[in-house]
Design a protein. Sequence first.
Length: 290
Amino acid sequence: MKKSDRLLSTIILIIIGLVVIGLFININWSMKSSTGHSRGNVAVIDIKGMIVSAEKIADRINKLRLNPSIKGMIIRIDSPGGGSAAFQELYTEVKRVRESGIPVVASIASVGASGGYYVALGASKIIANPASVTGSIGVIIDFPVAVELMEKIGVTMQSVKSGEYKDVGSPYREFTGRDEAYLETVVQDIYNQFVNTIETERKIDKKELLKISDGRIFTGSQALEYGLIDTLGTFEDAVLIIGEMAGIDGRPKLVFSQKQTMTLLDLLFTDIEEVFSLFVSIPNLNYLWR
């Protein structure tokens, strides 16, 4: 056989081999697909620090929920809470993901207390580090009172209002017993919303739940005993759990939020309204552990 003929035969055999391998891979992939397993991405949503506004995080959760390549979601929590309305919104958005058929695992790292725990309630499963801090079920409202200071510097503030409680919580007047009684009803209503959500999501008896819903914190291990979480573990454990729940073969591909390069001007002016909201004089209702 000529040398050129041998070379041609070798090339043909290689091509045939590649075709056979390709067919085998295709058949193997079809068999995996037929068992309900598939490759897919798992989105990771970070909830860190004190949160005042939920707008940006909620928007990202919604976009990922509508992304067909996302087969699961991990809510990675390291937060003591923040605005009660903000965390109720985040809880609702996480729950919407769960109810759409996409499994969600909440992973509590160091801290997932108060509002940080509230958002976790929307997930399909809650996992926490044994030494993490969670719980702190409750509501707090606070505001400054600067009447004495203003008197010392000779400044007064005059208000014309339509009703007795229109300026409740104002730092420019004394805080009365009637004011306190009124705000207690507001705090109690939002507290009841928190407790009722835990009762619904965690299926804990209301009487037993109220015994631990006094603002105290728990370690992850204690939270497991009380039924506040499902299991103990790390973020990597959460990755393995969500992969199994989503029917993903092997370790899922994690999709993180893209980091953006920020200039000095960005640092000075980005989300400035959130910064100011921390110091604004009006009363702030918070699911917050301090």
